[in-house]
Write a protein that binds this ligand. Structure first.
Ligand code: C2E
Ligand code: MG
Ligand code: MG
Ligand code: MG
Length: 297
């Protein structure tokens, strides 16, 4: 099957790359593409939700939607094993629209259940964001699920080189008009973090986990994070630190002026139902000041 597809779609590449390694890699990514398309049709892809919290009091203020693939034979596949490849083999548009649709549907379910509406962040590649008509698709999706624009945030993943941004002026404007908040994901790790920060209408930056991991042991990481936090504050942005696993990391981040965070210390990504029970139901109870013990009638 993969080879048939290789002949059909990837001939140019197979001809260009003569080494066995490249051929194998190409066949592998074609198999993945076919399996992933099938998986999407069969409902094997789902989203897990990880809390995003205020560092001061640990209060959950939103969630990040993260893709999971329940593969029939390989079991649970994490995004690192298929998202980068998928974006590469032409499934970016399909995946991004799937994530957008699923997330809006999930927010609508939580709304219908009377749960508090916390913003859910989705990961989208810059390429998608810059596509003509994407702002219109986004608006349509929000409308059809009756989801307020404040309930959806976008984490922008850098997938194109910066210069292409120049062509996208109008659609960025359309996105800005739409009012969906943008965050720069994995800030500081890409080719053009600063250029993107200059030109995109972002409200937030997310400091990548690789800078947080050793923040309490490595002076250099500490300095880098301090500078990123300061930059964000000077620009009036909120700053979310990724991958917080220990109290020491949380305390250091707070001391540096970082206000928000995400990480196993506060909660791992979990299925929608579990997220609702752990974070949304609890908050509704707190809001409504309903006693934690169920009332007996
Ligand atoms: P990301 O957007 O930077 O997401 C954060 C990743 O760090 C997630 O991994 C999350 O589970 C993990 N993480 C969060 N807290 C901790 C922690 O305390 N310790 C450790 N060790 N890890 C933590 P995940 O879910 O495997 O996703 C990896 C990457 O895959 C994401 O990085 C994102 O770039 C991409 N991805 C995930 N879902 C989607 C999606 O729906 N669309 C696109 N385009 N990319 C996605
Ligand atoms: Mg993200
Ligand atoms: Mg991130
Ligand atoms: Mg990251």
């Amino acid at each position: 099957q993969a080879l048939a597809a290789a002949k059909e779609g990837g001939r140019g590449q197979l001809m260009c790359f003569s080494s066995e390694g490249h051929k194998r890699r190409n066949a592998e990514s074609l198999t993945l593409e076919l399996e992933l398309r099938q998986g999407l049709r069969r409902g094997e892809l789902t989203l897990h939700y990880q809390p995003q919290v205020r560092l001061g009091d640990g209060q959950c203020i939103g969630a990040e939607a993260l893709l999971r693939w329940h593969h029939p034979t390989r079991g649970l596949v994490m995004p690192a094993a298929f998202v980068p490849m998928a974006l590469d083999v032409g499934l970016r548009g399909v995946i991004d629209r799937f994530v957008l649709e699923q997330t809006c549907q999930q927010i609508a379910r939580w709304q219908d259940a009377g749960l508090p509406v916390l913003p859910v962040s989705i990961n989208l590649s810059l390429t998608t964001l810059l596509e003509e008509g994407f702002a219109a698709d986004l608006r349509h999706c929000l409308q059809s699920w009756a989801v307020p624009k404040s309930a959806l945030h976008i984490e922008v993943i850098e997938t194109v080189h910066y210069p292409r941004l120049a062509d996208a002026h109008w659609d960025l404007h359309a996105l800005q008009e739409l009012g969906v908040e943008l965050a720069l994901d994995d800030f500081g790790t890409g080719y053009s973090s600063l250029a993107m920060l200059k030109d995109l209408p972002v409200a937030r930056i997310k400091i990548d986990r690789r800078f947080i991991r050793n923040i309490t042991e490595d002076q250099r990481d500490d300095h880098i994070v301090a500078a990123l936090v300061q930059l964000g504050r000077d620009l009036g942005l909120s700053i979310v630190a990724e991958g917080i696993e220990t109290d020491a990391q949380r305390n250091r981040l707070q001391a540096l002026g970082c206000t928000h965070g995400q990480g196993y210390l506060f909660g791992k990504p979990v299925a929608a139902e579990e997220f609702a029970t752990q974070f949304l139901v609890a908050e509704r109870s707190a809001d409504a000041q309903i006693p934690l013990r169920p009332l007996t009638v």
